[in-house]
Write a protein that binds this ligand. Structure first.
Ligand code: HEM
Ligand code: HEM
Length: 181
C-alpha cells in the first residue's frame, strides 16, 4: 500500500496520522488530568510546557490530516455488514471527533494565552498571544477545554468499542484496513 488512499484502502500517510494522533491524544488526556490537579510551580512547569507543546503539535497534525484528506480522500466507509444505525453513529462520532481535534487545542491555547504566560513550543518557538490577558477568558476557556476533553474521551471510548465490535462481531475489514492498509 502506497502513501495515498485508494477507493478501498488507507495509504500509510492516513494510517500514520491516525495512530500517532490516537496515541498522542490518549497520552494528552492523561497528562492534562495530571497537570490540572497540580499547583503550578517551577518544579512542574515543564509538564505544563510539554502538554502545551504536544497540544499545539496536535493542532498542526489535525490541519495536516484535513489537508491530506482533501489531497487524497479516504476510502468510503464499509457498509455491507453493518446496520444502518451503526453506520450513522460511526459517521457522527468521526465527524465530532474531527471537530474536537481542532476545538480542544484551540480552547487550551486561548485559555493559556489569557493567563498572560507565553505559550512556547518545546522551549523554542514563542507563539503569538492570540488573546490579551483576561481572567474571564482564562476561566471560561479552561472550563470549555475541560468539558470538551471529557466529551472527546467519551467519543474515543465509543469509537474504540465500535471498531472492536465491527472486527469481532461483524468480522468486517475496517480495523484491518486501518492497521494494514
Ligand atoms: C488535543 C490536544 C489536547 C488534549 C487532548 C488536552 C487534554 C487536556 C485535559 C484532559 C486536561 C485536564 C482538564 C481537566 O480535567 O480539568 C487539560 C488541561 C490543560 N490543558 Fe490541555 N489538551 C490539549 C491541548 C492543549 C493545548 C494546545 C494547550 C495550550 C496551549 C493546553 C493547555 C492546558 C492546560 C494549561 C491545562 C491545565 C488547566 C488547569 O490548570 O486546570 N491543552 N488538557
Ligand atoms: C484518540 C484516539 C482516536 C481518535 C481521535 C480517532 C479518530 C478517528 C477518525 C477521525 C477516523 C475517521 C477516519 C480518518 O479521518 O482518519 C478514524 C477511523 C478509524 N479508527 Fe480511530 N481514532 C482513535 C483511536 C482508535 C483506536 C484505538 C482504534 C482501534 C481500536 C481505532 C480504529 C479506527 C478504525 C478501524 C477506523 C476506520 C473506520 C473505517 O474504515 O470506516 N481508532 N479514527
Amino acid at each position: 500500500m502506497g502513501a495515498r488512499n485508494t477507493a478501498s484502502g488507507y495509504g500509510w500517510v492516513s494510517r500514520l496520522l491516525h495512530w500517532v494522533m490516537a496515541l498522542a491524544i490518549l497520552g494528552m488526556i492523561g497528562l492534562g488530568t495530571v497537570i490540572s490537579r497540580m499547583e503550578p510551580s517551577f518544579a512542574n512547569l515543564w509538564l505544563f510546557g510539554l502538554h502545551k507543546s504536544i497540544g499545539i503539535s496536535l493542532l498542526f497534525a489535525a490541519l495536516l490530516r484535513l489537508v491530506w484528506h482533501r489531497v487524497s480522500p479516504p476510502p468510503a466507509p464499509l457498509t455491507d455488514r453493518i446496520p444502518v444505525w451503526q453506520q450513522r453513529a460511526a459517521r457522527l462520532v468521526h465527524r465530532t471527533m474531527y471537530l474536537l481535534l481542532f476545538i480542544v487545542p484551540v480552547t487550551g491555547w486561548v485559555a493559556s494565552a489569557a493567563t498572560g504566560i507565553d505559550v512556547v513550543l518545546f522551549g523554542r518557538i514563542t507563539l503569538p498571544a492570540i488573546v490579551p490577558p483576561s481572567e474571564r477568558l482564562d476561566q471560561t476557556f479552561f472550563a470549555a477545554h475541560s468539558i470538551l476533553t471529557k466529551i472527546l474521551a467519551g467519543l474515543v471510548v465509543l469509537h474504540v468499542a465500535g471498531a472492536l465490535h465491527r472486527h469481532m462481531v461483524h468480522h468486517d475489514h475496517s480495523l484491518r484496513r486501518m492497521i494494514f492498509g
